[in-house]
Design a protein around this ligand. Structure first.
Ligand SMILES: NC(=O)c1ccc[n+]([C@@H]2O[C@H](COP(=O)([O-])OP(=O)(O)OC[C@H]3O[C@@H](n4cnc5c(N)ncnc54)[C@H](O)[C@@H]3O)[C@@H](O)[C@H]2O)c1
Ligand SMILES: O=C(O)[C@H](O)COP(=O)(O)O
Length: 387
């Protein structure tokens, strides 16, 4: 029997995939695994029973990845599962910023019920007119799951697309149309593009990446879209650029005190992934990954431990050890097993920076003190014996 806790509303389409042997709990003290969306876990004190956290979504800046790794808690996310939902909202953002559609709709609401509204609208409409996106240049910063979809869709809408991503993975590159201009420095995007959209994670390197200097390199009247994270943009600097009109419009999915309600700012209440399809995709992927980890020890799509997959566990026990990535760990594990006459049928070890993971399929039934003895080895963080 395993127990899971949901720290946000997670789609039933995913939760219903848990078999009957899984029970939902409201108490973290009972939970083997946690499911979360945007709730912040930075202040959470994780009890020892928690083995994994699944972020049903992409961004993991709400989860203390290092703290979790140190406690032997594997954190997963669900890459790409909500990318289409975000892409569609970004396209809406491009269009909302290109004419004053929102201002126009508000005008109609304010004059609702008036006899002469049709005629008045014809006189007023020039106030809300704008440009078309066809033929304009779009700069996409970050060409992962979302950025690639946005870039390709914008091409189909007739835009000229410039893409910037110095860490582009081979898989992401395969998803990109060859008609996208590959840009090697951010300045070129700033210099060339009429619209710029951000699709990078917020990490130390990207925090505040849009600041006074980057803004000053952008064209006069640029439209900036941010469906990634508020912290990517230095708000004071952006406000200044909005006030002078250098930035014509800022479209963001992240309401903040400083920017909400300001002129030229279109704020959406973090709706990028809020579609039935995205919520269901994320929840399904999160549940499958957690189940695979609990039952087979496999790590797929982790953001703090290496991915490591030995397939479905057979009838013999499988031992899994989360540990620091230092020399002689495997030697110590195999020595301990050998001393007890346990034969190893299969073994896999993978590392990622400071952390590593070893999975061992044993031929014999485990001896009672095995987990405790392994835990006594220096640099071991967590041991699990899956029977
Ligand atoms: N608004 C929403 O509801 C919503 C939904 C999903 C994701 N997001 C945000 O969007 C981000 C991206 O999501 P994704 O699914 O595309 O993630 P992803 O991991 O597939 O793509 C991120 C891309 O950014 C690139 N990158 C990293 N640092 C960079 C840098 N300094 N300059 C340029 N590129 C850089 C990476 O190489 C990667 O290709 C998430 O981290 C999250 O913060 C928001
Ligand atoms: O990073 C993400 O996946 C998005 O910001 C979605 O967040 P949400 O699951 O809270 O809607």
């Amino acid at each position: 029997m395993y127990q899971y806790q949901c720290l946000n509303a997670v789609s039933e389409a995913g939760l219903s995939l848990f078999p009957e042997s899984y029970q939902r709990t409201q108490s973290m003290e009972e939970a083997d695994v946690l499911l979360v969306r945007s709730a912040s876990l930075h202040e959470t004190v994780f009890p020892d029973n928690v083995k994994a956290v699944a972020r049903a979504g992409a961004g993991v800046n709400n989860i203390p990845l290092k703290t979790c790794a140190e406690k032997g808690i594997v954190v997963f996310n669900t890459p790409g599962a909500n990318a289409n939902g975000v892409k569609e909202l970004v396209i809406a953002g491009l269009l909302l910023a290109s004419r004053d559609i929102i201002g126009g709709i508000e005008w109609v609401k304010a004059h609702a019920g008036e006899e002469q509204i049709a005629g008045a609208a014809e006189k007023e409409k020039k106030r809300f007119a704008g440009q078309e996106i066809e033929g304009k240049k779009l700069g996409v910063i970050g060409l992962g799951a979302i950025g690639a979809l946005v870039a390709n869709a914008a091409l189909h809408l007739g835009m000229e697309v410039y893409g910037y991503d110095p860490y582009l993975s081979v898989d992401s590159a395969w998803n990109l149309s060859r008609h996208i201009h590959h840009v090697r420095d951010l300045e070129e995007i700033c210099r060339e593009c009429d619209y710029i959209t951000l699709h990078v994670p917020v990490v130390d390197d990207t925090k505040g990446m849009i600041h006074r200097e980057t803004l000053s390199q952008m064209k006069d009247g640029v439209i900036l879209l941010n469906f990634a994270r508020d912290l990517l943009v230095k708000e004071e600097d952006l406000l200044e650029a909005l006030t002078t009109g250098h930035v014509r419009s800022y479209v963001t999915d992240f309401p903040t005190k400083k920017l909400s309600g300001k002129e030229r700012v279109i704020v959406i209440p973090h709706l990028g992934a809020s579609t039935d399809e995205s919520e269901e995709n994320c929840a399904r992927m999160a549940v499958r990954q957690l189940q695979d980890y609990l039952e087979n020890g496999n790590i797929v799509n982790s953001v703090n431990y290496p991915n490591c997959n030995m397939g479905k566990k057979g009838k013999n026990p499988r031992l899994t050890v989360l540990h620091y990535n230092v020399p002689n760990m495997i030697g110590q594990f195999t020595m301990l097993l050998a001393k007890r006459g346990v034969n190893i049928a299969d073994l896999t070890n993978k590392s990622r920076g400071r952390y590593a993971y070893t999975m061992i399929d044993m031929d014999e039934t485990a001896f009672p003190e095995l987990e405790k003895e392994l835990l006594r080895i220096e640099n071991v963080l967590k041991v699990r014996l899956i029977l």
